[in-house]
Write a protein that binds this ligand. Structure first.
Ligand SMILES: O=C(O)C(=O)C[C@]1(C(=O)O)C=C[C@@H](O)C=C1
Length: 278
């Protein structure tokens, strides 16, 4: 079975993918160059599943992942991995004064924005397809280039560490989801993700959705809105809650929501990552 991830070797996505298969047999990892390509790989059945980042504790949602989940209707979420993310400034040499360009993935640059503003004002910030790709670029470029990447990538691409743990807030975590083909059996410690649209713009529309979760005492773990892309001010709502869609309480809620929404799609019920969650 093939599990896709955002490569090249040494990305946080690879670490998350390795965590997801740690207790499973028969999976091999396949590297892709972008998040859309890896998700399409699953939709077009070249892959059995893929691990992709969906949100970060500092920078928020990875929009492309949510958008592709809506577009690719054959996909469902079958797992999650929460990873602690520590960024390091790495390069061919360790003198900060010689750094003229810093490469990284936009999410990583954003997670270290304060550090960069304080210490590298005026230095050119350049985006790369992933943190490991940034390390790879720096390894084959001049000494004045540096990358924001993981320690693992530094070792892999033969680079040195100029500064450690440069993320702007401690406890930086990224949540990844495994996108594949469902359904997944209940484990008793599950989470359900869904996307919905309200029938019309009227007072209390979202409240009437949320009251159903409150009535059954179901804990919501996330709510997020994304534009429908059709009309300014029109939104899709992404909700995550505790429980499996087949649990009696949650399936009662979902039945009632079907009558209260213009669109309701269950993106998946899957085991929660309890590993790094407090
Ligand atoms: O570039 C990587 O290493 C990735 O796996 C991507 C990614 C992301 O898009 O959020 C994953 C974890 C970190 O939040 C930074 C970058």
């Amino acid at each position: 079975m093939k599990l896709g991830y955002l490569g090249p070797q040494g990305t946080f996505s690879q670490q998350a993918a390795q965590r997801w298969i740690a207790d499973k047999a028969g999976w091999e990892l396949v590297s892709y160059e972008s998040i859309p390509e890896v998700i399409l790989g699953v939709a077009e059945k070249r892959l059995d599943a893929a691990v992709v980042p969906v949100e970060n504790s500092i920078e928020g949602t990875v929009n492309v992942t949510l958008d592709m989940l809506v577009e690719e209707k054959s996909l469902s979420i079958i797992g999650e991995v929460i990873l602690e993310v520590h960024h390091h400034l790495i390069g061919k040499q360790t003198d900060w004064k010689r750094v003229q360009a810093i490469y990284s993935h936009p999410q990583a640059l954003a997670q270290c924005r304060g550090f960069l503003r304080q210490n590298f004002q005026g230095v050119s910030l350049r985006t790369a397809a992933s943190t490991a790709e940034a390390a790879r670029i720096v390894a084959s470029g001049p000494d004045s280039w540096a990358a924001i990447s993981s320690r693992f990538a530094a070792e892999l691409y033969g680079l040195q560490v100029l500064a450690e743990n440069i993320e702007d807030y401690r406890g930086n975590k990224t949540r990844f989801i495994t996108v594949g083909r469902g359904p997944v059996k209940p484990t008793g410690k599950d989470k359900t993700s869904m996307v919905l649209a309200l029938p019309q713009d009227r007072p209390g529309g979202l409240y009437r959705v949320l009251e159903e979760f409150a009535a059954e005492e179901i804990n919501l773990t996330k709510i997020e809105s994304r534009p429908t892309k059709k009309e300014l001010g029109e939104y899709l709502f992404f909700l995550d809650c505790e429980g499996h869609a087949t649990d009696p309480k949650l399936s009662r809620v979902l039945d009632r929501l079907r009558r209260k929404t213009a669109l309701l799609r269950i993106l998946g019920s899957y085991p929660r990552d309890m590993g790094e969650q407090k």
